[in-house]
Design a protein around this ligand. Structure first.
Ligand code: IMP
Ligand code: MG
Length: 179
């Protein structure tokens, strides 16, 4: 069997069980908030794909999904501030209840850009769900409606989040200890 490699300097920050318990709460909250509606959840690729896949199974509502892909980081660990659309939306979100689903909000540049871009389509409502938030790093004024976990300013990987495009398939979220 091919085993994902977990280096010695990776330590677990959030276990699979901890993540799932929190997603159950978020899913129930979203189901309550959108009762009687059919929201469309927009996963931000690549990092948000596992979060979206797990989250929607805790939302007891009819809902739709779509994905878009943006890039602001390349293979670097710090934001360049330049956001590019690498894959546009497929769905028509005009008049829809839209929830952006992000892996992590760091500077907030990506969410600010996405908010502006999606608002231009005239959604009925636009909310943001992010699994992780680094409040100490966030320079943009943005509203986050559903936050899984607020974390310290450390680089994290696993559960969709990458380090140089690999490690997304780890089941827990790890901090990379710098030494
Ligand atoms: P922001 O635009 O600075 O808020 O950055 C958001 C994006 O940067 C996220 O969607 C991630 O793809 C990436 N990112 C930020 N911090 C981390 C991290 O600690 N690990 C992995 N990716 C990160
Ligand atoms: Mg992301």
């Amino acid at each position: 069997m091919l085993k994902p490699i977990i280096p010695d300097n990776y330590t677990i920050l959030l276990s699979e069980e901890t993540i799932q318990a929190r997603l159950r709460e978020l899913g129930q909250k979203i189901a309550d908030d959108f009762e009687g509606r059919k929201p469309i959840l927009i996963g931000v690729l690549n990092g948000g794909f596992i979060f979206l896949a797990d989250l929607i199974r805790y939302i007891a509502l009819d809902l739709e999904i779509d994905f878009l892909r943006i890039s602001s980081y390349g293979n670097e660990r710090e934001s360049t501030g330049h956001v590019k659309i690498l894959k546009p939306l497929s769905a028509d979100i005009t008049g829809r209840d839209v929830i952006i689903v992000e892996d992590i909000v760091d500077s907030g540049l990506s969410i600010k850009f996405l908010n502006k871009m999606l608002m231009a389509f005239g959604p009925r409502s636009l909310k943001v769900a992010t699994l992780l938030h680094k409040p100490s790093k966030t320079i943009e004024k943005i509203r986050l409606d559903y936050v899984g976990f607020a974390i310290e300013d450390k680089f994290v990987v696993g559960y969709g989040l990458d380090d140089g495009q690999v490690k997304r398939n780890l089941r827990h979220i790890y901090v990379i200890e710098q030494n």
